[in-house]
Design a binder for this molecule. Structure first.
Ligand code: IMP
Ligand code: MG
Length: 178
């Protein structure tokens, strides 16, 4: 697996430090609100767990699994494979994502959850790829900004592989162009 990586972008230590920093910030911003962290499976899993260790206020954890379809002239068609377990009306929601690329998935989910009556909704993402943006969407909490390359590791996959790498790196082009 390691041989398929062009360049490491975030080491294990970098990721730990990012999660400490984001955890402190979110802990501070959500005092006395009992927020619900909603992880978007499967990519969020390692990041959600590392971040969650650094949240020191009472909070809940839930997950959603969605898949996005990209059609001509329309972005953000999202199919829900696993929905939330509980009602979110009047609750503060923090969506946990691995990477924001086009922004279509998060924009759609954010609007969907707002329509269910949550009190507030923000996004924390480990990675942001602003050059990939197709819809206007800015996550509130960003771990690191990455170049417009194919990124894998720490939850991010290529064909379901590489999610278990403990770091984040750029996948060699020869892996996905052959
Ligand atoms: P988007 O922002 O709607 O384009 O969707 C973001 C989703 O696309 C992420 O949650 C990832 O699952 C996937 N994705 C986008 N860019 C990458 C990448 O560089 N590597 C792996 N998955 C990616
Ligand atoms: Mg994802």
């Amino acid at each position: 697996m390691n041989n398929d990586i062009e360049k490491i972008i975030l080491s294990e230590d970098d990721i730990k430090n990012i999660c400490v920093k984001l955890g402190k910030q979110i802990t501070n911003d959500y005092k006395d609100t009992l927020p619900i962290f909603v992880g978007l499976l499967k990519g969020c899993a390692p990041f959600a767990m590392e971040l969650f260790k650094n949240i020191t206020i009472p909070c809940e954890l839930d997950f959603m699994a969605v898949s996005s379809y990209y059609m001509a002239n329309s972005t953000g068609n999202v199919y829900i494979k696993k929905d939330l377990d509980r009602d979110i009306s009047n609750r503060d929601i923090i969506l946990v994502e691995d990477i924001v690329d086009t922004g279509a998935t998060l924009k759609t989910i954010t609007e969907m959850l707002k329509a269910r009556g949550c009190k507030s909704i923000e996004v924390v993402t480990l990675l942001d790829k602003p050059e990939g943006r197709k819809v206007c969407f800015t996550p509130k909490y960003i771990g690191a900004t990455v170049p417009n390359e194919f990124i894998v590791g720490f939850g991010l996959d290529y064909n379901e592989l590489y999610r278990n790498l403990p770091y984040v790196g750029i996948l060699k082009k020869e892996i996905y162009t052959r």
